[in-house]
Design a protein around this ligand. Structure first.
Ligand code: SF4
Length: 275
């Protein structure tokens, strides 16, 4: 295959991937240097040798320039502004999520729940997926656990209407509130990645095991993930217990409060150095 053909295919894949995910993902940000396959190079050398004149005859200048134009490569295809997709807004991305049927959860949902919050949040709060109330209302964390989450956030001066964005690992409700299956998480995670890319939060707060494990790509239990900061592509990330777990088990409230205080201290430090 020729270098130019590889570039065309690469750019088509890049455009398609950016369209699906809402931004140019890391693996497409540095275009590789392509070269002709060896057999193409050999064939063109053989063709060149076969067509070379046996005597040195100088070509007239006009013909020389014409042949060099014909031989010149079309050059790499670059992203048009419409496909560069760096500029996709969170509402444009969420509109795309609302139409998604990538996984089986699309068949049982009442509403897709892309997320809720301000467009330039200090903090992104990540849960695992919508429950019954969220599925009915199309909003994240609106049931009993959601009310507790709002109280937890308020205790550290955070609010989904002022300085936070709330999203989930999967955007559609798993039936009977079961854990989202690995294949459902895998199908949906690029939406959350795109949301993080667009929103650029200063910090991420993961509520519960599934969100912490998925974003950190680990199967470490939540009890071991919490209490310390992790790094998510340069963004400090803290895992704490899901509000539903706190409603089931009172004894988790104390460590969760310690996590929130830790989170708040770090956020204050970040804001002090950036203001
Ligand atoms: Fe699409 Fe995510 Fe809903 Fe599956 S859970 S249908 S991937 S939006």
């Amino acid at each position: 295959m020729k270098k130019e053909e590889k570039e065309v295919i690469y750019n088509l894949l890049k455009s398609a991937d950016s369209y699906v995910n809402g931004y140019v993902r890391k693996q497409f940000q540095n275009q590789p240097l392509f070269s002709d396959d060896e057999e193409v190079t050999e064939q063109s050398q053989q063709r060149q040798q076969a067509s070379e004149p046996s005597t040195n005859v100088e070509m007239p200048e006009s013909q020389t320039s014409q042949s060099s134009e014909v031989a010149s490569s079309p050059g790499p295809i670059t992203d048009s502004p419409a496909t560069a997709s760096h500029g996709m807004s969170i509402s444009e991305l969420n509109a795309k999520i609302l139409r998604c049927t990538r996984c089986q959860l699309a068949r049982t949902r009442n509403n897709v729940v892309p997320g809720q919050g301000v467009e330039n949040p200090l903090v992104l709060v990540v849960g695992e997926g919508p429950g019954y109330d969220e599925d009915i209302q199309g909003m994240p964390f609106v049931g009993k656990a959601g009310k507790l989450l709002d109280k937890m956030l308020a205790a550290i001066q955070l609010d989904r209407n002022q300085n936070c964005y709330i999203a989930n690992i999967v955007k559609c409700r798993p039936p009977n509130n079961r854990d989202p299956l690995p294949e459902e998480q895998a199908a949906c995670i690029s939406f959350l990645e795109a949301q993080i890319h667009i929103l650029k939060p200063k910090m991420i707060l993961c509520m519960g095991r599934i969100s912490g494990q998925k974003l950190l790509n680990t199967d470490t239990p939540v009890g071991q993930l919490r209490g310390n900061f992790h790094d998510y592509n340069g963004i400090p990330l803290l895992v704490t217990y899901h509000p539903s777990a706190l409603l089931r088990n009172e004894s988790l409230k104390r460590p969760a409060w310690e996590d929130l205080k830790l989170f708040k201290r770090k956020l204050d430090q970040i804001l002090a150095t950036t203001n």
